[in-house]
Write a protein that binds this ligand. Structure first.
Ligand code: GLY
Length: 412
């Protein structure tokens, strides 16, 4: 199948690699120079405007997969569908679930989907006033897209004050949220709008540092598949996934794409939705796609044309992914640091996915963003998958490289 893939990160590298292993012809817009073994990259194509839509629709692509949230929120899927293309990804209306966290909160209230208490706050003073009806720790979130980085977890009032002072000069739409204790689960489904298939369950590690310390990031490492009790799975289906799909339908939204439920499960097995994302998770996708047993192209195509036909994932293997980030990530990642090691190594159960690295200097790659690349390991169990992922991660280095050493250590 000839597939157009929009995006440029490790997530898109993973999708491109799997598709190309099954002899699909993959073109990534814009992609990144680390993907060239698995796809044709169109590095200068990073504007998804009407000229791009026209040119894509005149090519013979059978399927378009939109990776990141921004083009989805900008309505790229709608524009491509108007041209008759098969697209994995919701239109602008469905993408609101990720574009505005406040919209998502209201949606959950409307359809009685469990989520934590929140209050919109208008200023630092208002934030401190409203914090009186919450207990520490506090969560302060910016509305709008923030690449997983617009969340401040504040241990006390003085931390909250600092976060509010940092946010308010530049952001106006902000809310305070109750902190929810528990363990996080990335519950990612593909849906044609009526039916869905859940991907293998995964767990991300959002904080920068070991022990879940430091600032929030886009995700520092993922493990999967997680096994959960049937009863819990059934409750997620009944109380969260079905009401969300019904809610979207009742609003006249035909949702064909990926829906990612960021869930928190407490020690009494109660579930709350922390967030919706309207796309594959990054780096969850690197783990999910490594567990596929067959060509994902027909599965993705079936989602795009409204008749989902489930695919098969391995449950005999575990997968682990460890992110290697630039110094300064997530605030100000340092670019142009020389990467040492063979980032193109391709061994069956271990390899790298490249997100932000460029080969400006011909003979070597340098860092060009925050989450530079990641190391994936497969194994018969989680322990051996992690060992492989870490062993391989340690073969790569650059000055000031940041990597968590406890991915998968406290997995449920
Ligand atoms: N890994 C979290 C996300 O994709 O939003």
């Amino acid at each position: 199948m000839k597939v157009a893939l929009i995006g440029s990160g490790g997530r898109e590298h993973a999708i491109a690699r799997t598709l190309s292993q099954h002899k699909n012809e993959v073109h990534v817009f814009p992609g990144n120079p680390g993907m060239i073994k698995h796809a044709t990259v169109h590095l200068d194509q990073n504007k998804f405007d009407s000229t791009f839509v026209d040119s894509l629709s005149k090519s013979d692509f059978e399927l378009v997969v939109i990776g990141p949230e921004q083009p989805l929120c900008d309505g790229l899927a709608d524009q491509l569908r108007k041209k008759g293309m098969n697209v994995v990804g919701p239109g602008e209306a469905g993408a609101q679930l990720e574009k505005s966290k406040i919209y998502a909160k209201k949606f959950m209230e409307e359809f009685q989907i469990p989520t934590s208490k929140y209050s919109k706050v208008e200023s630092s003073q208002d934030c401190l006033l409203k914090a009186q009806s919450y207990t520490a720790p506090y969560v302060l979130k910016m509305d709008g897209l923030a690449g997983g980085k617009g969340v401040f977890v504040c241990k006390d009032i003085s931390d909250l004050e600092k976060a509010a002072q940092e946010i308010f000069p530049t952001h106006q739409s902000v809310f305070l949220e109750e902190f929810v204790q528990g363990w996080e689960l990335s519950y990612i489904v593909l849906t044609d709008g009526d039916n869905y298939q859940a991907c293998p369950l995964t767990q991300d590690h959002k904080r920068l540092l070991d022990g879940d310390h430091g600032p929030n990031t886009g995700g520092m490492g993922v493990v999967g598949p997680l096994q959960i009790e049937d009863e819990l799975n059934e409750r997620i289906h009944e109380k969260i996934v079905l009401p969300t799909l019904k809610g979207l339908k009742s609003k006249g939204i035909t949702y064909r794409g990926v829906l990612y439920f960021g869930l928190m499960i407490n020690d009494q097995n109660q579930i709350q939705v922390l967030e919706y994302n309207v796309r594959f998770g990054d780096p969850e996708t690197q783990v999910i796609f490594s567990l596929l047993k067959e060509d994902p192209a027909p599965w993705l195509l079936s989602v795009s044309n409204g008749q989902i036909s489930p695919t098969n994932f391995s449950d005999e293997q575990s997968s682990a992914y460890v992110v290697l980030a630039a110094p300064g990530y997530p605030d100000k990642p340092i670019k142009n640091l020389k990467i040492e090691g063979d980032i193109f190594q391709e061994i069956k159960d271990k390899h790298y996915f490249i997100a932000s690295a460029v080969n400006k200097n011909e003979d070597h790659f340098v860092t060009s963003g925050g989450r530079v690349l990641g190391s994936l390991g497969l194994g018969a169990d989680l322990g051996s998958a992690l060992e492989t992922a870490y062993e391989n991660a340690n073969k790569i280095s650059w000055k000031g490289l940041q990597m968590r050493s406890d991915i998968g250590k406290n997995t449920q």
